[in-house]
Write a protein that binds this ligand. Structure first.
Ligand code: HEM
Length: 130
């Protein structure tokens, strides 16, 4: 029986490009996240596009170009708190809505990304912060 990946189901490369653009437009406006990123987003956009494509069942673009993802290690040079993870996920949820990804696919993707985002947390937050 033929199986369809989530990547194909939501429209493949063009959907993932739109998603990544919409996501970094939001990151660029987010006062907590913006300072962690370099002045221009071109490189990180390309890498995120490769990564998300691969994560959701598309071609293994990230591993072909960057090797093993080792995402937690690659994020260690940035102090990431639970608050950062929440902002990241909110930007992503809004970007998915703007891109027109259907709710069921959106939920499945956010569940996966939510776990990864929490795994990136490497710094305790302020006192009293969730
Ligand atoms: C939890 C909050 C997160 C923060 C604050 C954050 C922040 C960052 C920053 C600052 C960079 C580097 C930009 C540069 O090149 O200078 C980066 C790279 C990257 N992030 Fe995140 N990130 C977060 C979560 C995630 C999650 C959940 C994913 C997985 C979908 C992810 C995937 C990536 C990828 C693939 C790269 C490029 C890695 C490379 O090849 O160098 N990040 N992130």
């Amino acid at each position: 029986m033929a199986t369809t990946t989530l990547y194909e189901a939501i429209g493949g490369a063009s959907t993932f490009r739109k998603l990544v653009d919409a996501f970094y437009d939001r990151v660029a406006q987010d006062e907590l996240l913006r300072p962690l990123f370099p002045p221009t987003f071109d490189e990180v956009k390309a890498r995120q596009y490769w990564f998300l494509t691969q994560l959701f069942g598309g071609p293994r673009l990230y591993t072909e170009r960057r090797g093993h993802p080792m995402l937690r290690a690659r994020h260690l040079r940035f102090p990431i708190t639970v608050r950062h993870a929440k902002h990241w996920l909110r930007c992503m949820a809004e970007a998915m809505e703007e891109t027109g990804i259907p709710p069921a696919a959106r939920d499945a993707m956010l569940e996966r990304l939510g776990a990864i985002a929490l795994h990136m947390v490497n710094t305790p937050g302020e006192e009293g912060e969730a």
